[in-house]
Ligand binder design. Sequence first.
Ligand code: DLZ
Length: 158
Amino acid sequence: MAREIDGNLIATGKEFVVVAARWNERFGEALIEGAVDCLERHGARSEDVTVVRCPGSFELPQVAARVSDRLDPDAVICLGVLIRGETPHFDYIAGEATSGIGALGREGDLPVTYGVLTCDTMEQAMARSGSKAGNKGAEAAEAAIEMANLYESIDELA
Ligand code: DLZ
């Protein structure tokens, strides 16, 4: 039978850093709340969860790299809210945030998860930060717990 490994959703004993952009703060704070609540519900102690705020989503990969290096958590969760305006600014920032977070996850040693909303309207941001379409901060936190445990399982096999 094939050997199978996966990551469980137990956050007990693990340390997490939530890096959150301040832009569109109302929705951003709701994402942070969803993420922290999810981590604690899965067993993380509040003292093992650190929230770091940065100016905007463009800076998320930079700050995530810094906290990975200096704080050495089990996983980093990146949260931001981008709402499309009339210029291509949105696309540049979304591109940098997305590819930067992905690159950090691939090239670094830690799982880095992606809870960045890329919305056309405030209504879409509202729906994804706590109401109809769920809370993407909580989803990114849950992925971080699974990834932290998955990396641990992989390391045990190595
Ligand atoms: C400049 C800018 C704009 C126009 N829109 C957003 C946004 O919707 N969401 C977000 O997180 N950040 C935005 N920013 C700020 C940039 O991410 C960045 O902080 C600044 O360009 C400074 O480097």
